[in-house]
Design a protein around this ligand. Structure first.
Ligand code: MIC
Ligand code: SF4
Length: 652
């Protein structure tokens, strides 16, 4: 039987376990990436492992999330990250050089490799035929140290594309169409592999838009084969020698197939407040207050050149605010040199730094009750920084049409021809904002810079014999990591866990942190009860680390998303699921729960435990591998890794 591309790459990197969908496997990681908001904690954890060097082929540390620098905290983090990169042989992409995923695609991602990144949109690199996976910072730290990355061998969905995109319809509409079919739920443990005639005309930046936002379906990653388009892109980036052809076998067997005819796709939008809430733009004729173009999904050269061509010589509608954040310094300097930047400025665009910025609510929050049209990938309620705003996610062409008309309209109704912009044969290459690793003999003398906001990662105790606690909060379905651990104006406390913990669940319950702290201090365990798809969205491990700091010992949910479930285990919090979802209804907030012998159950490898709550017994499932159980018993991945290393040294 032939192999899928996913199987081929994963099997080539297999170091532990047998490849059987659903089975836990360990893989070798070739490349890692971190960004500053998850990176400081990842490197603090890396430091505490006591290793002298990284063990990957390439590791890159980006600064793109926290570049606002109100106060000293962000700048101190940047200095820390730069010194760590020099000390351990890591590439350092300086603030201003661009968004990690865009820059990694341009300068480092390679077909056939594995990439692990401490950001959920790491699958962007799947656009060049790389298995690129988002994970918590601690998993990335372990991989940087040469440890395997563990995941469940995925089931592979064949997204079979035929036909050709029509004028005004773009790659963003393709991924919105995929989201319409797959939704944001129920895809944990799968990979989307793109095949078919239809992929031939999609360039790598277009493919990367698709694999980027594939993260919103909850799949482990998305991947395109490496073909002529990949070669063209790598050659245009001056990296032609890194090209290899790699694709699925003709007789590969997939778990299921999703057929999409590109010719039938129309301009789409994800309506508030979920990327899975997809509607046709033609069905919305809304007045728009703000348009934001950029983010790791849609900020490539062609994206911005298309917008510039559409607005050249015109004037921004009064009442509409337009912000544009080019994805990288390469994109920004290219459009500066060819005059397109000047067209955008003359039109009335506010040009923002090449960084995440608005996408994470870190700037440009829209006004109260407004409609904001954005080319980014997430529109969870409040993520923009304005809880009452209605955010629609669209392609750059739809966003530009909104800036031109002040309305969310189908761009095919505009009185203009579709400006078909070609990807250049040669991009402008200037890596002067990437600091290369120092020679090994110069690294040891580097002094690590630590500002006062940078604290030690908090330690956790091993798993107690029993969990005896209270349902400190009960939440509904599809609670995202933005709800659990808000970013935006709180982002600058990422390196200071005691301070950041004060904001756990802030958008849902401003009193949670105080309540949880009081319970923790009186020796009672905090327990979170949740509905479906708990922990959707980002890879931020702070959504597990800060609850751990507040004394959370268990999450009991109808279902938990992949990265978040892994992060919970990494920080010693047991991810339980209800054996019978109806038990969710009988567990009120404030209920007392006892899970007797949880330690014993983990040691024995039980799949379920009995919890006592509300004068009855509730069956809880534990879908955990042997390794995950050992991590939970140790109190988290960090103590487990140190413990395993000590065992290895003692056995020598
Ligand atoms: C996001 O888009 O939500 C983020 C901010 O990039 C996160 C990472 C983080 O919280 O630092 C992600 O996607 O993983
Ligand atoms: Fe940055 Fe937004 Fe992309 Fe996250 S989704 S990496 S915040 S641009």
């Amino acid at each position: 039987m032939g192999k899928t591309l996913t199987e081929k790459i994963l099997m080539e990197h297999l170091v532990d376990g047998t490849y059987d969908p659903g089975n836990e496997i360990g893989i070798k990681i070739d490349q890692t990436l971190t960004q500053d908001a998850t990176g400081t904690m990842a490197y603090l954890q890396f430091e505490s492992m006591g290793l002298s060097d990284i063990a990957t082929e390439l590791s890159v540390s980006y600064v793109d999330h926290n570049t606002i620098q109100v106060g000293f905290e962000n700048a101190d983090d940047h200095a820390y990250l730069e010194s760590i990169a020099k000390r351990y042989g890591i590439y350092f992409s300086r603030p201003g050089n661009g968004i990690c995923h865009q820059v990694h695609l341009e300068r480092f991602a390679r077909p056939g490799k594995t990439l692990l990144g401490s950001d959920s949109h790491t699958p962007t690199a799947g656009g060049v035929g790389c298995i690129a996976i988002g994970a918590g910072g601690l998993d990335v730290a372990v991989a940087m140290g040469g440890g395997s990355y563990y995941l469940n061998a995925p089931r592979v969905i064949n997204v079979h594309l035929t036909g050709e995109l029509q004028p005004w319809v773009t790659a963003k509409d393709v991924i919105l169409e995929v989201l319409r079919h797959l939704t944001t739920k129920g895809n944990v443990g799968c990979v989307c592999e793109y095949t078919g005639e239809g992929i031939k005309n999609l360039t790598v930046p277009e493919r990367a838009t698709i694999t980027n936002m594939g993260a919103e379906t909850g799949v482990t990653t998305s991947i395109f084969p490496s073909d002529i388009q990949t070669r063209k892109f790598l050659e245009a980036q001056g990296r032609g020698e890194q090209w290899i052809a790699i694709s699925a076998d003709k007789d590969a067997e997939y778990d299921r197939t999703l057929e999409i005819d590109l010719s039938n796709i129309e301009p789409l939008a994800a309506a508030p407040h979920s990327p899975g809430n997809v509607v046709a733009v033609k069905d919305l004729s809304l007045p728009v207050d703000q348009v934001m173009i950029g983010s790791c999904t849609n900020s490539s050269y062609v994206d911005l050149m298309t917008v510039a061509a559409m607005v050249k010589g015109k004037r921004l509608q009064e009442g509409v605010s337009l912000g544009i954040a080019p994805g990288s310094r390469q994109v920004l300097s290219s459009i500066a040199r060819n005059g397109a930047l000047s067209d955008l400025i003359s039109f009335g665009a506010r040009i923002l730094e090449s960084a995440c910025g608005f996408c994470i609510g870190n700037s440009m929050s829209p006004r109260t009750d407004s409609v904001s049209v954005r080319t980014s990938n997430r529109n969870f309620k409040g993520r923009s920084g304005t809880p009452s705003a209605n955010v629609y996610l669209t392609s750059p062409t739809v966003a530009a049409a909104a800036a031109l008309t002040g309305k969310l309209i189908d761009p095919r109704l505009l009185d203009m021809n579709f400006p078909r912009i070609k990807m250049p044969d040669h991009f402008e290459i200037d890596d002067s904002m990437i600091i290369h690793p120092l020679p090994p003999n110069e690294r040891a003398s580097i002094k690590i810079s630590r500002g006062p906001n940078i604290g030690e990662p908090p330690a956790n105790a091993p798993m107690p014999a029993e969990i005896k606690g209270t349902v400190t909060i009960k939440v509904g379905d599809m609670v995202t990591t933005d709800h659990i651990m808000p970013a935006g104006s709180r982002l600058k406390y990422r390196s200071n866990v005691p301070k950041y913990s004060l904001f756990v669940f802030e958008p849902l319950d401003t009193d949670f942190a105080a309540r949880a702290t009081a319970l923790r201090d009186s020796g009672i365990h905090n327990i979170i009860v949740a509905g479906l798809s708990y922990g959707q969205g980002s890879s931020r491990e702070h959504a597990a680390l800060c609850p751990m700091y507040l004394g959370v010992k268990a999450v009991i949910a109808k279902s938990i998303e992949r990265i978040h479930a892994a992060n919970l285990v990494n920080f010693g919090i047991v991810p339980f699921s209800f054996a019978d979802e109806k038990d969710y209804d009988v567990l009120p907030a404030g209920a007392n729960i006892t899970i007797p012998d949880v330690r014993l159950a983990l040691e024995r490898g039980d799949d379920e435990v009995l919890a006592q709550a509300c004068e009855r017994e509730i069956i809880l499932n534990m879908n955990l591998s042997k390794r995950q159980r050992a991590i939970l018993l140790a109190g988290g991945l960090l103590p487990y890794t140190v413990q395993e290393r000590a065992k290895k040294i003692n056995s020598l």
